[in-house]
Design a protein around this ligand. Sequence first.
Ligand SMILES: [Cu+2]
Length: 198
Amino acid sequence: MIIKPLACRRPALVCALALSVAGAAWAAADAPTSTVSPHTKGHADARQARPAQSKTAASVEVQGAWIRATVPGQSGTGGFMALRSTQGPLALVGFSTPVAGTAELHEMAMQGEVMRMRPVSGLDLPAGQVVELKPGGHHLMLMDLKKPLVAGTSVPLVLKLKTPEGRTVDQRVNVPVRTAAPQALATPAEAHDHDHAH
Ligand SMILES: [Cu+2]
């Protein structure tokens, strides 16, 4: 498979770095599983999402959120999370963060033999369904970073959500910076669907 982010309107390097595990994630995405991924509700994710959830009016549940740490000289990176709209259908229509000059919603998809990425205007969040933003798929693109993003720190984001009536709702999420996906996201084989703590 050729990974070639031609459609990204930023230099290819930016997107390529953000998606450096795209190959692995894509292989998982090819598996004949449903689009709802219960494994995103693993223990580690629940722990990480808690600070974000406590601040919101429960418009969407955020699980397993992470932003990929940058290496020196890197000006852009990706953000990933699983979202579940709890009260009704919503759409994610964008996000903002003080650490990036430009923040876009991106998608990746195979076009023939080539994986391309491009900005999208929105992502539907059907009521009760888990929608994953992940390497190799939809992701948050943070560009023109104002400082390096170091693993172990966290980044405040505001997710822009839209109701079917066209009302916009902001949801704040504090997203940890990591060098790799949380374990529960990285190992779908151990997927299970529960929230309780052991
Ligand atoms: Cu991108």
